[in-house]
Every structure is written in structure tokens, then in C-alpha cells.
Design a protein around this ligand. Sequence first.
Ligand code: VAL
Length: 449
Amino acid sequence: MGQIDTNREQWGSRLGFILAAMGSAVGLGNIWRFSYVTGENGGAAFLLIYFFFIIFIGIPIVMAEFTIGKRAQSDVVGSFEEIAPGKPWVIAGFMGVASAFIILSFYGVIAGWTVRYFIHYLTGGITVENDAQYVDVFLNFITNPLQPLLWQFLFMALTIGIVYVGVKKGIEKTNKILMPLLAILVIILAGYSLTLGGASDALSFLFTPDWSKLSDPNVYLAALGQAFFSLSLGMGALITYGSYLSKKEKLPGAAASVAALDTVFALIAGLMIFPAVFAFGIQPDEGPGLVFIALPSIFDNMAYGTLFGGVFFFLLAVAALSSSVSLLEVAVAYFIRKFNWTRQKTTIIIGGIIFIIGVPSSLSQGNWSHITFFGASILDSMDFIASNILLPLGGLLIALFVGWGWKKSDALEASDFGDTLLGNSWIFILRYFAPIAIFIVFLASIGVF
Ligand code: VAL
């Protein structure tokens, strides 16, 4: 324990850190996953629970992760060893590394699909005779055994390339330019989509809750999993990014801005996708293909749609890249320290292994679709295990660690809250509210109540 590695990298600026953390949070989770999970769970009631979890569980745990990383200045496993040597809290660190592996393995698959769609639009768009054929185009592509693997490989190679170059040069620079561009484009597309004729159905789907849904425990588990996935919680990313902060940076503002931006992004993505879903008669509970079916319909109908489609899928792929980079960095930072390998060697080996772990997820959309667990494909099962089980469980441990495992005054000081009302409320949430709420959601989802 104890030694601060003076060769560790650091962010170039506070803005660089915030943008990188935002880059990690904003990704496929906000657009691809948010829209289909919202669609599957009935819309408004799910959204309500989701917002509640973001505010009362998500933001406090974002703060907890930043605080742990910044204080320990180490990777996700090393951070727990540094602050609480010899204690079992380090399990949370190992769970973070495991989650990063699993999530990145299937994240690369979906991101590969977005790169493919970008190329579709770059080369003239998707030609169909009627909207229903967007489903065929999508299914033909994802069920092909080889094609999606090539795009997944390409995407993983890009991720590896950025992490290979290093935190400041690779990760910080890409985020600064492309994040704001994606935000502008999503707003334009949402504005257009709302004119398509499905707006009132979409708005009532998103904002008029069907209260009976509140009695379904699976909606709570889905909302919790989505909150963790979207905020990059429980996967070590925010601890790792926090560890590249110099000790003088202030955390609470950063945590709040990351969570706010992430949530606004998801909401606007919802306003972009659901009006089109209703206008073109797509089922909201279509599943993981939702955006790949709904968005082409939008582009097909708008002026300069091919151009918009190209730019959109390009920026979505970039948003996915700034997220995938944060996941790979979690594992790479850990193995660099563990094995004393160079960053370059570690990145290639670990990135390669994660690509290979992702191959069955890709094949599960076609040739391997007969392999299922509780009725779910390999890809969906990976997502379920990581997002709905490992992440909340990791978050539970992190909350308990900062709430109970760390001396309160030390945690308050390291968080930059100090002994304030806000700081004490934060500790209260981490001690009682977040762990109990997560625990109850778990119990309810396995049918205890
Ligand atoms: N939080 C990101 C996303 O929403 C990743 C890292 C899971 O896409």
C-alpha cells in the first residue's frame, strides 16, 4: 500500500476531466439502451423511477466513485487496497474490473452495428420500398455470422488505439470536440421527429404514467440497471477517471454536471426516437434493435436525410467510443499495475481478450440464437448479468464502503463537501438509503415480496 506512483498520468485540466467523465457516461446507454429499455418497460412509469434512482442513488454514488479515485490515485482495485488495506472492500474493485470486461464485450458488438450504419449512410443511405423493410435490413445484417464481427473488430481496434496512446492525449482530446456536436445533432433530430405526427402519442407514452406499472418489481430493477449503466457506475470507470485528477480539483460540481448531462441526453434521445416509433407504427417494445429500425425511418423522411443519418451514426459511434475507452481503461489501469506491463502491451492483450469474449454475443444474433438463458440470448444475458446484477451490487458495496468503511470525516474531506449539510446528507444516503433501496429492488425482483 501507500506509495503514490509519480509516473501516473493526470488530466490536462478540470474541464478535460469533466468532459472525459461525460464522455464515459454518454454513449450507447443514452440512445440505444435507454430507448429500448424505456420502450420495453412501458414508458412514463419507468422514467419516473429512473429519474428517482438517478437523483437519490446515482448521483451520490458518482460522488463516491470520484472521491475514492481521487483520494487513492490508483486503479479500481488498487484504490480500495490503498484506502482500506487488508479489508474485503476490494471485492468491489474486482467486481468493477469484471463488469468492465463483460460490458465492453457486448458494447463493442452494438457499437460495431452503429459503425456499419454510418457506412450505410456514407455510401448513399439505406434503400427500402416501405418502412417495414428497415427491420429486414437490420436483421439481415445482425444475423450474418461474419459481417458484424468485422465491425466489432474495427470498433475495438479504435478503442484499443485510443487507450494505447494514453489518458491525456487519447482520451481527453477526442471528447472535447465531439461531445458538443452530438448534443446539437440530437436536439435537431428530436425537433424534427416531433413534427412527424407521432408526437402526441410519444409524449403521452413518455410522460403520462400507467400507474399500475409501479407494482411490477422488474420495472424497478430495469430502471436501476439502466441508471447504473448510463452513469457508468459500478464498472470502475469513474473511480479510474477520478484517480487521474490532481488533488486540488473540486468534485461535487463535476458529479452533478455529469449526471445532469447524461440524463438530459437520454431524455432528448427519447424525444427523438419515440415520435418516430409512433409515427411509423413501430412497436415501442421492439427490443435492442429499436434505434436501428426507428432512426432510418426518420432519415428517410427528412430533407438531407442521408447526410443527417451519416452524421448521426458517426457521432453515435464516437460517443460509444468515448464510453468504450473508459471501460478498457479500467482493466488496463489495473493490469498495468498488477503485472508491471507497459501501457501498450497491456492495452493490446486486454483489448484483444475482450474482443474475443464479445464474439459469442455477436453470433448470438444469428447462428447461435438457439443458445439462450432463461429465454434470453447470450448478448441479452451478458447485459442482464452485468447491468442489472453486477453494477447495482458493486454500487451497493461502494455506498457501504464510503458510508461505513471509511472514517466519516475523511470521506467528507476527500469529497470536498466538508462537514456541510450537503455532505452529511450524502453520507446519510450512502449509509442507509442507497443500500436499502438497492437491496429491496433485488429482493422484489426475485419475488421475495
Ligand atoms: N455509460 C456508458 C453508456 O451509457 C457506458 C460506459 C456503459 O453508454
